[in-house]
Write a protein that binds this ligand. Structure first.
Ligand code: PMP
Length: 429
């Protein structure tokens, strides 16, 4: 495939935008080469600036669960745009989306809309601190909750891909209040709780991790975490920015059968427009301004375009919940096909999957936490990524990311993807 125009556009972008991108993981640092510039997308396909068609497995990192340029979402945005794009005043559609989200997700009464997953997680932690009167939080190595200061401590996703899991610019004071545990290791949480008794406001977790590859929690771990938090008066925050409205109507809470105290959303809830949200029961949410003293605000929060896209998206997912099963079946098909193809290559590998999230790791031990994910062989990963790209398959350009399947993918797309992997020579020469 030819990527001449993408490379030229990247060179130009680098003159004016740091690293040529507006979010680091878009640059191909982990895999080498120039990033692909996309021109447009429809359904399961991306069309790049050189005229290549790529089968898309990142779905804008999650939001495009119904495929790109999905007609009802596009129509909703067009209709809303004609009537004014932002008012800074309340609109009825905010309540409509709030009501729908609350009806789909277990265990939440009220929801506040923001503009990104980062804002949602940052605000959820502030609310937890304001509600409990305690300062410290526990997060897990390799989990990513956006780029706000408190979370850039052993963060996953682009932060680790780019070698800055602990970012310069985060003060020591802030870093001190973020305690670090290991995913799937309840003992590591217990040790922190015992050493900081009475000081921990919240534990924040990706209930199914997607930012160190896809790592499901063991039942024992996630149930134990819930029990421990309840016993110690610590709020359990589920960061469902990836999993919300993707794993099921009610997200990971529904699938895992665990109630969180605060839940954060992003990605799917905005239908591809900038939306995040956080939600909890009425008692906790009453602490939020203007009802309560915990401050949080946003000029563009709940703006009509974003709410229109989100409402169109959630309405369809609510009315067609079989989408979640069909997405999972497609992901299982891909998983099995990849497994058969990789088995023949004589290289160590692991495939992790949960619902419509999946990741491939070139390592011989099961990937259950950040340390085991980090053992993956990046030289093999690079060959894998570029070998697939050459054949028209767009995978996440880092092993610390998850694939997100979308409803527009057909079985023939999946089989084309599996055949591409089958043809690939992954031996590093
Ligand atoms: N939490 C999780 C679990 C995420 O995956 C992400 C983004 N990938 C975020 C929070 C931050 O969301 P945003 O990029 O919209 O700020």
């Amino acid at each position: 495939m030819i990527y001449q125009r993408s490379s030229a556009l990247f060179a130009e972008a680098k003159k004016y935008i740091p690293g040529g991108v507006n979010s680091p993981v878009r640059a191909f640092k982990a895999v080498g080469g120039d990033p692909i510039f996309v021109k447009e997308a429809k359904g399961a396909y991306l069309y790049d600036e050189d005229g290549n068609r790529l089968i898309d497995y990142i779905a804008s990192w999650g939001p495009m669960i119904l495929g790109h340029a999905h007609e009802p979402v596009v129509q909703a945005v067009i209709e809303k745009t004609k009537k004014g794009t932002s008012f800074g005043m309340p609109t009825e559609i905010e309540t409509e989306l709030a009501q729908l989200a609350v009806s789909m997700v277990p265990n939440i009464d009220k929801i506040r809309f923001v503009n990104s997953g980062t804002e949602a997680c940052m605000s959820a932690v502030r609310l937890a601190r304001g509600y409990t009167g305690k300062d410290k939080i526990i997060k897990f190595a390799g989990c990513y909750h956006g780029h706000s200061d408190s979370f850039l401590i052993q963060a996953g996703s682009g932060a680790v891909t780019f070698g800055s899991p602990n970012s310069p610019g985060v003060t020591q004071g802030t870093a001190r209040d973020t305690l670090l545990a290991d995913y799937n290791n309840l003992e590591s949480v217990r040790t922190l709780v015992e050493a900081n008794r009475g000081a921990i406001a919240a534990v924040i977790i990706e209930p199914v991790a997607g930012n160190m590859g896809c790592i499901p929690p063991t039942d024992k771990f996630i149930q134990g975490l819930r029990t421990l938090c309840t016993a110690e008066n610590i709020l359990l925050i589920f960061d469902e920015v990836m999993t919300g409205f993707r794993l099921a109507r009610g997200g990971a809470q529904e699938v895992l059968g665990i109630d969180a105290d605060i839940v954060t959303f992003g990605k799917v809830i905005g239908g591809g427009l900038p939306v995040g949200a956080f939600a909890a029961n009425a008692e906790i949410m009453a602490h939020l301004a203007p009802e309560g003293p915990v401050y949080q605000a946003g000029t563009l929060s709940g703006n009509p375009l974003a709410m229109g896209a989100g409402l169109a998206m959630l309405t369809e997912l609510n009315e067609r919940p079989e989408i979640f099963e069909s997405l999972e079946e497609k992901t299982i098909h891909l998983h099995e096909g990849f497994d058969n193809a990789l088995k023949k290559k004589g290289l160590p590998y692991q495939i992790n999957r949960f619902g419509s999230m999946l990741s491939v790791h070139f390592t011989d031990t099961p990937v259950v936490d950040f340390a085991t994910s980090a053992k993956g062989n990046n030289a093999t990963f690079k060959r894998y990524f570029h070998g697939m790209l050459e054949q028209g398959v767009y995978l996440p350009p880092s092993a610390f990311e998850s694939y997100f399947l979308n409803d527009a993918l057909s079985y023939s797309d999946l089989d084309e993807t599996i055949a591409a992997l089958d043809r690939l020579d992954l031996r590093v020469v």
